[in-house]
Design a protein around this ligand. Sequence first.
Ligand code: ADP
Ligand code: TRP
Length: 329
Amino acid sequence: MARILTGIQSSGSSGEVHLGNILGAIKPGIALSKQQDHEAFFFIADLHSLTTVKDAAVRKKNTYAVAAAWLAFGFDTDKNVFYKQSDVPEVCELTWYLNCHTPFPMLANAHSFKDKSENLSDVNAGLFDYPVLMACDILLYDAEMVPVGKDQKQHLEMTRDIASSFNHLYGETFVIPEPLIDEKVMVIPGTDGRKMSKTYNNYLNIFLAEKKLRKAVMKIETDSTPLEEPKDPESCNVFALYKLIASNEQIAEMRQNYEGGNYGYGHAKQALFELLLDTFAEERKRYNEFMENPELIDQKLEEGARKASKIAKEVLGRVRKKLGYTTAL
Ligand code: ADP
Ligand code: TRP
């Protein structure tokens, strides 16, 4: 069995999972988990969310939202392991150990830290240390493959570097994970054209109630080309999002609409909104069922935490031994 592992943060302002998470992580992750010789560890990175979310109620809501999204897209929690990062606190202990094996300049050069520290007012030490906690998420479970979006490539490189240098110093301890980055899944753009991210507040949450989802779609930034004039689909945020989920025929038709003129951005937004409702109708229904019955989610996460803890304890035992934190016996 090949072990694959990935996590999604429970950050965002009010229970948010966005299209970038779904197309970049959830859908490809679930497809991989369905392969016969794969065992998937998928978790909710609720400790990472503490770097940006300070409100406990918001985190809790987000945690359920992320869990419900995995479940709505059909993740099989019997065959695999589905858990909350904070339910296996061994990861914090390992983070300390690996903090002391991570060169300061490696973290100082992280793109995501540079990006986030420019965009956030609260630049805390957790944000700086984020990649080490992420490395520990992976190494604590002997994960072999880590499906992530392109934006996480550097974090995976850091994980491999930290693990290799530890292995070099103490002898074989950690499995060196391989990133699985699907080049076809590009970085999903947000409503302002930057990377869609909870951090930038430029995301589309496809599980929103219809009215709110429509409002979010209508807010996508566009230029001010008048309705009558032809428009360039390639430079338009609405088209970029439409293209991700539409069929080839729908894309060709939309391109014609743009280039033909007399087609406004409002029309394109309405078409995108309808396509989102249509494409994700089943998932939206299942998501709501889980959100209305959070005890079903708790039950699955508790079971997952039990499975995950067992492995975490074994791996951490291995590390403690290497570091001399065990008795002679
Ligand atoms: P955010 O940037 O919104 O905080 P997360 O860090 O929680 O998102 O991302 C969780 C997963 O979703 C990761 O695997 C990440 O690569 C993927 N992901 C997030 N945003 C995008 C995006 N815009 N395009 C593609 N994948 C994304
Ligand atoms: N840092 C990832 C992100 O922002 C989320 C994450 C946390 C993760 N721990 C992980 C992804 C371990 C893969 C493996 O997208």
